[in-house]
Design a protein around this ligand. Structure first.
Ligand code: HSE
Length: 323
């Protein structure tokens, strides 16, 4: 019986979460795929860290070529994070004929055409559902069940860290710096929160959403982007007095002349809008399709298990085509 063999690049938080979901739900995953699913090789330097998963030392490799040149490996999961070397490794894997699944929004957004071309040249699938909205199945829905629509607009709360900070500033009337420290202590915000609080992470995700929804790729550096560092307790109070909430929104809209307007910035949302009910570190993507109308996808936008859930969903879709 064929086994689906996977090479994993990176066993950090998300890599470990993905491994855990596979261990936790192995029977169901293998039953649905119809074959054993094994992560056989892992590219990772830190082999001694305690991760609460069963990994043997001989699964670890230090050279990605050991994965790309292994004829038994069908699928590569990239969970290194960051643009490089991740993007180059994804491209090498695709050009080596491996299907690739990633959660890496920075690498996909900065190299969209390059990676799509590599997948086409390699004759393989490149899937990245987990890159936008973590566990929320938004990309597959937009490109699958909703593909008959022309989309007019997207409004996304696609960064959990900034939503947590703005939500807590709103509910507790606290200043930005104090809430940021609390978010870091609780592990929601990174030790270096720049990409989150300056809106860069949201711009990466908007770039991917625009490429899929509007067939219009914009490099994240070319998306006008303003983060939340300038939002004050007074701004939030002023908004509240007008029945509004301040949220960091990734926005794109098709204008009357057919051009696309896009930006990431803190926006005021009326408190009856569905996006105003998105609290803490949760994410939501609100879209307008010309046939379906308004839809909102809502759920956990980050975290090892939700992201691992989306990664393995992509892996299973590919695996089913390999049997
Ligand atoms: N730093 C990101 C966030 C992680 O806060 O949403 C998920 O992409």
């Amino acid at each position: 019986m064929k086994e689906i063999k996977i090479g994993l690049l990176g066993l950090g938080n998300i890599g470990t979460g993905t491994y855990k979901v596979l261990e936790m739900n192995r029977d169901q995953i293998e039953g649905s795929v119809g074959a054993p699913v094994r992560i056989t090789k892992i590219l990772e330097k830190d082999i001694d860290r305690e991760r609460d998963i069963t990994v043997s030392r001989d699964q670890f490799v230090s050279d990605p070529e050991e994965i790309f040149s292994d004829p038994e490996i069908d699928i590569v999961i990239e969970l290194l994070g960051g643009v490089e070397p991740a993007a180059t490794l994804i491209e090498q894997a695709l050009r080596s004929g491996k299907h690739v699944v990633t959660a890496n929004k920075a690498a996909v957004a900065a190299n969209y055409h390059r990676l799509m071309q590599a997948a086409e040249d390699g004759g393989v699938q490149f899937r990245f559902e987990a890159s936008v909205g973590g566990g929320i199945p938004v990309l597959t829905a937009l490109t699958g069940c909703l593909q008959a629509n022309r989309f007019n607009r997207v409004l996304g709360i696609v960064n959990g860290t900034t939503n947590y900070i703005l939500d807590k500033m709103t509910s507790e009337g606290l200043p930005y710096e104090e809430v940021l420290k609390d978010a870091q202590a609780k592990g929601f915000a990174e030790a270096d929160p720049t990409a989150d609080v300056e809106g860069i992470d949201a711009a990466n995700k908007l770039s991917i959403l625009m490429a899929l929804m509007f067939d219009h790729y914009v490099h994240p550096k070319d998306i006008p982007t303003k983060g939340i560092t300038g939002v004050t307790a007074e701004d939030i109070e002023d908004a509240r007095a007008k029945n509004q909430l301040i949220k960091l929104i990734a926005y794109a809209e098709v204008m009357e002349d057919g051009s696309l307007k896009y930006e990431v910035r803190p926006m005021r949302i009326i408190d009856t809008h569905p996006l105003s009910g998105v609290h803490r570190e949760y994410n939501a993507v609100f879209v307008e399709g010309n046939a379906v109308g308004n839809l909102m996808f809502y759920g956990p936008g980050a975290g090892p298990l939700p992201t691992g859930s989306a990664v393995l969903g992509d892996v299973m879709e590919i695996a089913k085509t390999l049997l």
